[in-house]
Design a protein around this ligand. Structure first.
Ligand code: HEC
Length: 110
């Protein structure tokens, strides 16, 4: 079980004990799948689950707030880039948050 699944499992368990939480748990699981699918669009360059090969920057295990800040810098043009300033424009802030949560939950490979 990875960390993402653990979070989903915890929320699901809590919601089983506490009815008002049920709706929230149902909203959480599909978000995790959406997050994974969105993050998969980064895999061509940043590797499977953010484990990059060669000189490419890995995203696995990167703190969510750090990734969100870097994406904001690319979006604003504050960070020089060859491609990321274009890529970031294809995602909403909400999608970036989901992507960041996914990569933060990935275990960096050695
Ligand atoms: C076409 C290849 C490509 C794709 C696809 C791609 N990236 Fe990048 N990424 C790069 C390159 C190249 C850099 C180095 C900066 C630059 O030149 O644009 C980079 C840099 C970054 C950095 C900075 C890392 C650091 O430690 O400095 C982050 C964060 C990042 N990318 C996130 C993403 C996310 C999130 C996605 C998917 C939504 C993504 N990238 C998709 C090529 C890509």
């Amino acid at each position: 079980m990875n960390r993402f699944q653990a979070v989903v499992a915890t929320v699901t368990t809590v919601s089983a004990l506490c009815a008002p939480w049920a709706a929230q748990a149902q909203a959480t699981a599909p978000d995790m799948v959406l997050a994974r699918n969105l993050a998969a669009t980064c895999a061509n360059c940043h590797g499977t689950n953010g484990n990059a090969r060669g000189d490419m920057k890995p995203l696995a295990g990167l703190a969510a707030d750090k990734l969100i800040a870097m994406m904001a810098d690319y979006r604003a043009g504050n960070q020089p880039a060859t491609i990321m300033h274009q890529i970031v424009k294809g995602y909403t802030e909400e999608q970036i948050k989901l992507i960041a949560a996914h990569f933060a939950a990935q275990k960096p490979a050695k």
